[in-house]
Design a protein around this ligand. Structure first.
Ligand SMILES: N[C@@H](CCC(=O)N[C@@H](CS)C(=O)NCC(=O)O)C(=O)O
Length: 231
């Protein structure tokens, strides 16, 4: 049975930088499921039109097509119950949903305000124009204005990571003694930044940075092997 994951890529097909796609790459590795990853660009909506929407990740697993990272994670958990669990039961699923909402609603916007202007350099001309126009309309300013003053503002960002830091001081993974989908959700945000920006989000010695290092090493160093800046 074929299993295909459509993933956001830059002009260089090896540059995979979507935080949502990284959640699923890690989830598939967690379950020990092989996958063929297909590079997809922002402006190639027609190539994923079969999924009924225009965003990646899109997973095609045999005859099933699933879009949206949360839906894909839930699908994998249900379809492969004999493989290592992504959530560790219904309580874990509930907590992961909170982590998903916090990451989408707070962490991603915080990371974007520090790195979004570094993204266009990795895109081909058509995607560059699309990305700049759509995001600048969303922000109501240029991407460079969004990230202006980031050297000073990053201190506030790091302070806001305190709940994550306190958790990771007490236990090695957000999942507790072992990583689970909550780790993959949050890690996606840092891997996104690592793939497109040299701007240092974290300080060495921060428990969050140490956890990120452990995440990069997971599953045979899957995330560390991806082209990116050394974190
Ligand atoms: N809620 C979706 C969000 C997916 C999403 O926003 N994907 C971005 C890539 S990071 C995308 O496909 N963007 C296409 C566009 O902006 O046109 C999920 O969790 O999968």
């Amino acid at each position: 049975m074929s299993r295909i994951l459509y993933e956001l890529a830059g002009a260089d097909p090896a540059r995979r930088f979507s935080p949502f796609c990284w959640r699923i790459r890690m989830a598939l590795a967690h379950k020990g499921l092989e996958v063929e990853t297909v590079p997809w660009r922002f402006t190639e909506k027609d190539r994923i039109a079969f999924s009924g929407q225009g965003l990646v990740p899109v997973l095609v697993d045999g005859d099933r097509t699933v879009a949206d990272s949360w839906s894909i994670a839930c699908y994998l958990e249900e379809a492969y119950p004999d493989r290592p669990s992504l959530f560790g039961g219904t309580g874990g699923l509930g907590m992961a949903r909170f982590v998903n909402s916090w990451t989408d609603g707070v962490l991603h916007p915080g990371v974007a305000r520090l790195v979004v202007s570094d993204i266009p350099a990795w895109l081909g001309p058509e995607d560059q124009a699309y990305f700049r126009a759509s995001r600048e309309q969303r922000y109501g300013m240029t991407l460079e204005e969004v990230t202006a003053g980031r050297e000073a503002r990053v201190r506030e960002f790091r302070k806001d990571l305190q709940p994550l830091r306190l958790t990771l001081r007490a236990q090695p993974w957000l999942g507790g003694a072992a990583p689970n989908y909550a780790d993959y959700i949050v890690f996606g945000a840092f891997q996104w930044a690592r793939c497109i920006s040299a701007f240092p989000l974290l300080e060495a010695g921060d428990p969050v940075a140490e956890w990120r290092g452990r995440m990069l090493d997971l599953h045979g160093g899957l995330a560390r092997a991806a082209p990116g800046h050394e974190a």
